[in-house]
Design a protein around this ligand. Sequence first.
Ligand SMILES: [Zn+2]
Length: 425
Amino acid sequence: MSFKITGLGGCKEVGRSSFLLDVGEKILLDRGVKLTPQKIEYPAKIKTNLDAVIISHAHLDHSGELPHLFVKSRPVCYMTPPTLDLAEMLWHDSLKIAGIEGFDAKFSKTEIRRTRRFTFPLGYRTKIDITEKVSLEFFDAGHIVGSAITKLVFDDTTLVYTGDFKVVETRLLHKADIKLGSVDYVIIESTYGDSDHPDRHQVEKEFVDACLEVVENGGNAVVPAFAVGRSHEIIDVLVEYKVPYPIYLDGMAQKAANITLKYPKYLKNVKTLKKALRKAQWIKNERERKKALQEPSIIVTTAGMCEGGPVLYYIKRIYNDEKSAIFLTGYQVEGTQGRRLLDEGVINIDGKDYRPKSTVRKFDFSAHPGQSEMLKALKRWSPEEIFLVHGEPEKIEAFRKKIEETLGIKAMPLEYGRTVKVDGK
Ligand SMILES: [Zn+2]
């Protein structure tokens, strides 16, 4: 039977992921936003009633606009329990930021409550019928706690949406569960479609060495890290390598840590994480921030792309200090402050440009798969056709070519605002 997929966002870009699957019934896959310094970009409007909404994981570029749907409609949503809790934390934070910066968040606390009420929390490897025709099963995606690969079966067709995933295991999470059975169509992320990541242990070691060099010279290493996942992983690395200097944790990562620890089943080893988090000093107020900067220290803090949060407080205070450093630890989306800092060596805080004299360096702690990891998964699934999303245009094109060359499977990028009709089996 034939079906249609429409790209509403996250097409040839990273951010505002949202795709509409039309099998007669309408299923929405993700509803994210794209945060840039100038504005929030939203996915294209949905002009139809939805039969179900599926959220792959909590990151705002996949979940950020979901509550807005509840201003006018009441679709039933599916996501894992940690995704719901973490997304809720991020939605409240979005409201707070909107309040401070004076823009319209497009939803209120009422819509957040409503979203929770209309969400059916679903764990991994439990198959359920979500509409007359469509069944859903989540698999561990290995990207952040609660992240899911979505498998949909309708008629005789299986469609997989990877969301963001990670095929090799990381410090806190199991590798993605890619044993999905037979797969006909795949919508796959392409963030690193053109390259492979360096060995994780090597990255950890280089990161620890770089941190040690900074603190041994009397500086502060400020480590911007995503609230969900990355900041905890970084703390875990520093503790594991027994770094003998104060390690601080600041920002929303603290709340995210408390939520994460509520879900031991979704983690590889909750004990190690707990132990690591206990060793870090949790910063609660400005006085403690000052104190953290008065001694050589490593400060892990949000936001990971320097778009806000306590990290800006620290950067403003260390940027002139050659002994100190800013160590980025995650993907820096085009147009964000973190990307500018990395590419141009400049960051704008409260309308003023700062050119750090402190070292700026990025470490590849990616929670996304490299090209070979993705090819491995695709080879296993061996679908009839592949749709590429969630990547910058050059990366998508490189990935498309590679897939066709090595696997001989037709691959095409989804385009913003366009619908592809798939003839199916
Ligand atoms: Zn993500």
